[in-house]
Ligand binder design. Structure first.
Ligand code: GAF
Length: 393
């Protein structure tokens, strides 16, 4: 375990002992993610390519023998306490809904999950578009799998089931209509690899992703611009895609091949639906092209595809914001091979593919651009493809 992880395990353990007056049964952790490319494609049955981040949510957990869920956090005040049967859409609210929702979803799926005492602590920046919610879900989901004998962690099949339950928790209890990318990234990735996730059938591939071998780095820049998936914008994008698919007579926009895009655009009744459809169809193709470029070590092409993706999200899907756009332009001007927003957008984070050793220089360029625009300072860090969720202590 890395030194920061050890510190987090100790922190969450001590907080557990202080609150509950006894040791937890163990500590589990699940990571945040960045999506390399394939944005707003998951709920269209498309392809995505995330990596797990080293930053994760740690959960100290102890099984209870009654029906009470007691959920606490080192990072925010307040405790959520309720009976298992009281968990329902919108109840509890806020961060605790992601935890209670996992217990609810696993039970709904027929798993013999009981009540728990939980304390969480997260090193995933909250609200930064880096999947702090999926990390929360995965931390308790992995704990529940071990504590209640579900045996979901030993195979990808089991992890896929757990990821699905975590997504259901988010969709039904936290009421965020998200598409499954984040939970798969947190639970189905492998260290040193990006996850090729096919959201049409849930199948995956592991794509080697070791930038150090190519004298490159991945810089993540949290713009600190507020980002929330439970407001209406994300849901509106999803609804537009579903409407376009229905009008085109297909189950999802994944069914539209790039060769059929022009005909599909002509068949749609307005510019908004045309733009949304064009983004989804071209973005899915960019995932395929990125995989091909990675296979032949063509990082200039990967950078170019990052740029195209960002432009498509800016102009066609309209989910970027000034902070994201300024960071992307500044990173590229400072030598990045490519840069793009990652995650849901409307704030959150961007990523930049940069030559090794230039993180400080690119960060300084973004900071200078932010200061010129009067934006609050961003927070940048270099990321590697880390391990998925599981027991850490
Ligand atoms: C958010 C959602 F949670 C994901 O499901 C995905 O749609 C992503 O935005 C955009 O690619 O992270």
């Amino acid at each position: 375990m890395s030194a920061p992880a050890e510190t987090s395990v100790q922190k969450v353990r001590e907080a557990f002992v202080e609150r509950f007056g006894g040791e937890p049964d163990g500590v589990w952790a699940s990571p945040g993610r960045v999506n390399l490319i394939g944005e707003h494609t998951d709920y269209n049955g498309g392809l995505c390519l995330p990596i797990a981040l080293p930053q994760r949510t740690f959960a100290a957990v102890r099984a209870r023998d009654d029906d009470r869920l007691v959920l606490a956090s080192c990072d925010v005040d307040g405790v959520a306490e309720l009976d298992i049967d009281e968990v329902a859409p919108g109840r509890p609210q806020g961060w605790a809904s992601y935890l209670a929702g996992v217990v609810w979803a696993l039970r709904e799926a027929g798993h013999p999950v009981r009540s728990v005492d939980v304390v969480v602590h997260s090193t995933v920046p909250i609200g930064a578009g880096l999947s702090s919610s999926a990390a929360l879900e995965g931390s308790l989901g992995t704990a529940a799998s071990d504590l209640f004998g579900l045996d979901l962690l030993a195979s990808d099949e089991g992890r896929a089931q757990l990821a699905k339950a975590c997504q259901r928790a988010e969709n039904h209890i936290a009421q965020a209509p998200t598409g499954g990318l984040d939970q798969a990234a947190s639970l189905r990735t492998t260290e040193g690899h990006a996850l090729l996730l096919d959201c049409r059938d849930g199948s995956i591939g592991q794509v080697p992703f070791d930038l150090t071998a190519h004298d490159l780095e991945l810089l993540v820049c949290d713009t600190r611009a507020e980002h929330a998936l439970v407001d209406g914008q994300y849901a509106e994008r999803r609804a537009s895609c579903e409407q376009a698919a229905e009008l085109l007579g297909v189950e999802t926009l994944r069914e539209i091949e790039p060769s059929g895009l022009e005909a599909a655009l002509l068949a749609l009744p307005n510019d908004l639906l045309r733009k949304r459809t064009r983004h989804v169809v071209t973005e899915i193709q960019r995932v395929r092209d990125t995989i091909a470029a990675l296979e032949r070590d063509d990082y200039a092409e990967v950078g170019r595809l990052f740029h195209e993706s960002h432009e498509s999200l800016r102009l066609d899907f309209e989910v970027t914001c000034p902070e994201l756009d300024v960071a992307v332009v500044a990173a590229r001007a400072a030598g990045a091979l490519g840069a793009r927003m990652t995650g849901g957008g409307f704030g959150g984070s961007c990523i930049a593919l940069i030559p090794a050793g230039t993180a400080d220089q690119v960060t300084a360029a973004i900071e200078a651009a932010y200061s010129e625009q009067g934006f609050a300072a961003p927070s940048c860090f270099a990321a590697v493809a880390a391990a998925p969720g599981g027991r850490v202590s």
